[in-house]
Design a protein around this ligand. Structure first.
Ligand SMILES: CCCCCCCCCCCCC/C=C/C(=O)SCCNC(=O)CCNC(=O)[C@H](O)C(C)(C)COP(=O)(O)OP(=O)(O)OC[C@H]1O[C@@H](n2cnc3c(N)ncnc32)[C@H](O)[C@@H]1OP(=O)(O)O
Length: 280
């Protein structure tokens, strides 16, 4: 949840350093000069959000919160994919206990990222469908590289984005555009995303995207951190509280929905299509 602690304003010096939670699936690098932490997803081949990546994301976000970082930049180690969204293998023919843990962990990640007291930005250096778009829209600012796509495409897979996916999307886009895009399962090109306001800026390289994110985070340097965090909290509190109140119900709805034979069949066909495309 969004915390009310005052972030340290003490400037640091020296080179970047890797934080202690660096794991195989995420790395966190803190720039000692700016105090900004770059959280990188690195799960081959496509940063599919499986249980383990979600656990690492949650640990890394918590570490960044508690280490008084001045900002968080979320990005990917993959040159063409920010995140392919939820790992469909977690939802297809799922194992009973694991799928519960998986969805619970996804809820945890969203609550921590959307509710982070640290200012957040996403350097979207590749495709960002569904769960990837959820992560990006949970941040306060987005910079994206050209020739990629972003959006909530769930309806294209025959599945339904839950309310809290919509909350993040609605924190960026007006309701009319958000509703239409979700109903269509629309993926936006970088240029379309910029035009509609789904992203804030474009960049020609990952380095430039990270720099632009850092420049955005730097705009808070002279703003009282507690005042900033409490202001952000007021904007996001209702969305966060809604999921907190409905977590169990949300999990049960997800399990019921995902276990429907028609949904399983649809996921199977979608996976098959992905694999066929990959072989070409
Ligand atoms: C009353 C209301 C009730 C509401 C109740 C609500 C209930 C809740 C319901 C459930 C909600 C779930 C929400 C779901 C969110 C999601 O995130 S679903 C995932 C959506 N993601 C996608 O559709 C992306 C699919 N992937 C791609 O489009 C492409 O792979 C790519 C990302 C654009 C990358 O393309 P490319 O570089 O060409 O790589 P590929 O060759 O396509 O892929 C490489 C291998 O990776 C596999 N793969 C790709 N994406 C995924 C994935 N998401 N999960 C698992 N695996 C993936 C792909 O199959 C290839 O595998 P191999 O063939 O084994 O190499």
């Amino acid at each position: 949840m969004l915390r009310t602690k005052v972030l340290s304003l003490v400037a640091r010096s020296g080179p970047s350093r890797l934080m202690s939670t660096a794991t195989k699936l995420t790395t966190v690098e803190v720039n000692d000069k700016t105090g900004i932490a770059t959280l990188t997803m690195c799960r081959a081949p496509v940063n599919g959000l499986n249980l383990e990546l979600l656990k690492d994301l949650k640990t890394s976000i918590d570490e960044i919160e508690s280490n008084k970082s001045r900002g968080l930049i979320l990005t990917s180690s993959n040159a063409t994919i920010f995140s392919a969204g939820l790992d469909i293998m977690e939802m297809y023919n799922p194992e009973k206990e694991r799928i519960r843990a998986f969805w619970t962990q996804l809820q945890e990640v969203w609550l921590s990222l959307y509710g982070s007291s640290v200012p957040t930005a996403a350097a979207i250096n590749g495709h960002s469908p569904a769960g990837g778009c959820l992560l990006a829209t949970s941040c306060e600012y987005r910079v994206m590289l050209p020739k990629f796509t972003i959006g909530l495409n769930e309806t294209q897979l025959g599945i339904v984005a839950p309310k809290w996916f919509m909350s993040s999307f609605l924190s960026v886009l007006p309701q009319r555009q958000a509703e239409r895009a979700l109903n269509q399962g629309r993926m936006f090109s970088t240029e379309e995303a910029l035009q509609i306001g789904l992203i804030d800026e474009t960049a020609t390289s990952k380095e430039e995207a990270v720099e632009k994110c850092a420049a955005f985070l730097g705009t808070f340097a002279r703003v009282n951190p507690l005042a900033r965090a409490l202001t952000k909290q007021q904007f996001r509190a209702a969305d966060l509280q809604q999921l907190e109140n409905e977590r169990k119900d949300d999990l049960e709805k997800f399990l019921f929905f995902i276990n429907q034979p028609a949904v399983q069949k649809g996921l199977g066909i979608y996976l098959e299509g992905l694999k066929k495309k990959a072989k070409k």
